[in-house]
Design a protein around this ligand. Structure first.
Ligand SMILES: NC(=O)c1ccc[n+]([C@@H]2O[C@H](COP(=O)([O-])OP(=O)(O)OC[C@H]3O[C@@H](n4cnc5c(N)ncnc54)[C@H](OP(=O)(O)O)[C@@H]3O)[C@@H](O)[C@H]2O)c1
Length: 263
């Protein structure tokens, strides 16, 4: 049997790096994608053993995405697993956020994810098998004031992936959505997500419940390989998901408004 191969975006840091390591430990070889080549040095041991091909481009650009698709086409066969983990966001009043940052958030979280998924899934369907893992967020379950664009992009990831999954019934290809809550990665600082600044009990809970990227990665990979529809990581996040299913929109928005005042 030939070696199993995965394509992982965002593989140079955080959850994507943890997913890359998890897959290497399970015997996969990787096309590891990152914005900057040096970030992939984090996979040094596996790079040295020839189990990782590096791909470094900006996925906020059309050229970066096209180059990735062309690189995937040059693989011996379609990947067994695609992981869309590259993503970014910016916390703050929407009108005060730099427009370039908002554009990049939509370009990577929505446009690149859609183009990569579409291209790779077509090839997987042609072969009759494949798994896709989309990294969304618990921000996909309700609007999040102060995280307006980011949360909206993660709603998109959820809606697009769930619908495509249903269209793919019977093809041998499955799509799984991973919903982490706040996780200890560079994202927290880059997005200026106010974990450190959060006040009182909100701050305490936020710090206590920060997820470990290795744990998020393991749960995501397990779910994707089983072909599950989705996985919410962490008990508080599972509670948040359950509440978002039963509470009316007005109540979840009121809760976020109250939390926002403490962050
Ligand atoms: N950490 C959290 O609290 C949390 C919670 C829920 C969901 N998530 C999601 O988890 C995913 C991974 O985030 P993370 O927490 O692991 O943070 P991270 O360490 O910042 O990882 C994000 C990855 O996406 C890459 N990326 C960003 N912009 C890119 C671009 N223009 N072109 C190519 N790659 C780009 C980053 O590369 P650079 O390092 O070069 O920027 C990095 O490898 C994201 O989709 C995020 O939305 C994170």
């Amino acid at each position: 049997m030939s070696e199993r191969r995965a394509v992982v975006t965002g593989a140079g840091s955080g959850i994507g790096l943890a997913i890359a390591r998890e897959l290497l430990s399970r015997g996969y070889s990787l096309l590891a994608c990152s914005r900057f080549d040096h970030e992939l040095d984090a996979l040094a041991g596996a790079l040295a053993r020839g189990r990782v091909d590096r791909f470094a481009r900006d996925l906020a650009t059309q050229e970066g995405v096209s180059d990735l698709l062309a690189t995937v086409d040059r693989l011996e066969s379609p990947p067994d697993l695609l992981v869309n983990c590259a993503g970014l966001g910016a916390w703050g009043e929407h009108l005060a956020i730099d427009d370039a940052r908002t554009r990049a958030t939509i370009a990577v979280n929505v446009a690149a994810l859609t183009a990569i998924t579409t291209h790779v899934v077509r090839a997987m369907v042609g072969r009759g098998s494949g798994r896709v893992l989309q990294v969304a967020s618990t921000a996909a379950f309700q609007p999040v004031p102060m995280f307006a664009t980011y949360a909206a992009t993660k709603h998109y990831v959820r809606a697009f992936s769930d619908a495509l999954r249903d269209e793919l019934d019977g093809t041998g290809v499955t799509i799984t959505v991973l919903y982490p809550g706040p996780t200890k990665t560079a994202f927290i600082d880059a997005a200026r997500f106010p974990i450190e600044g959060a006040a009182g009990s909100v701050g305490w809970i936020a710090k206590q419940t920060l997820l470990d990227p290795a744990d998020v990665a393991k749960k995501g990979v397990d779910a994707a390989l089983r072909g599950d529809r989705g996985v919410v990581v962490g008990p508080l996040n599972q509670l948040q998901r359950a509440l978002s299913k039963v509470l009316p929109d007005t109540a979840t928005r009121a809760i976020w408004k109250a939390l926002r005042g403490r962050m």
